[in-house]
Ligand binder design. Sequence first.
Ligand code: C5P
Length: 208
Amino acid sequence: MTFIIAIDGPAAAGKGTLSRRIAETYGFHHLDTGLTYRATAKALLDAALPLDDEAVAEAMAFKVDLAGLDRSVLAAHEIGEAASKIAVMPAVRRALVEAQKAFSGRIPGTVLDGRDIGTVVCPQAQVKLFVTASPEVRARRRFDEMTGHGVPADYLAVLADIIKRDERDMGRADSPLRPAEDAHLIDTSEMGIEAAFSAAKSVIDAAL
Ligand code: C5P
């Protein structure tokens, strides 16, 4: 049997950094499931296909290659927006969740991060973490990251985007963002990555 670590939470809460660090520390395979939604959205945008046709989006979702996912190619803001639009479609979710479930069985262990890992994709995960932070802190981090890369940004616009994305992710009928009942909550509002990592590590070590 494999060991599964499920990490969920809203956009820009620090899940990505934490998940990569955990996967490296334990020598586990890592899947950032947001990239599967982003890759589907990018393929639709590139082919100038509509974002509101569920059958077309589902067909694209089946073509996503988990081995070819690269955040640097999928980071654009428009791709994130388009991803959260197609992520409300049950047929798209079914296709991507199937691929994510298959990935989660890899030996010796896996770390999957997203919105519905502990609740839908891997409810059997041995460790479930829910990583969150206030919208203001998340917006500040996203803003700093963008300006740090020389991308012009407006803090209030970034904050408005984060709030809109939260509403869409938490408000959808199929697999809304919420902590699993048995998830450990890690609030990174006033915590650096080191503190968040050591909180996660003690939960994982206790379950191993
Ligand atoms: O995490 P990231 O911002 O890359 O995710 C992009 C979008 O994909 C999210 O806003 C969310 O709507 C969707 N998503 C999802 N379920 C996941 C991961 C991402 O619905 N497990």
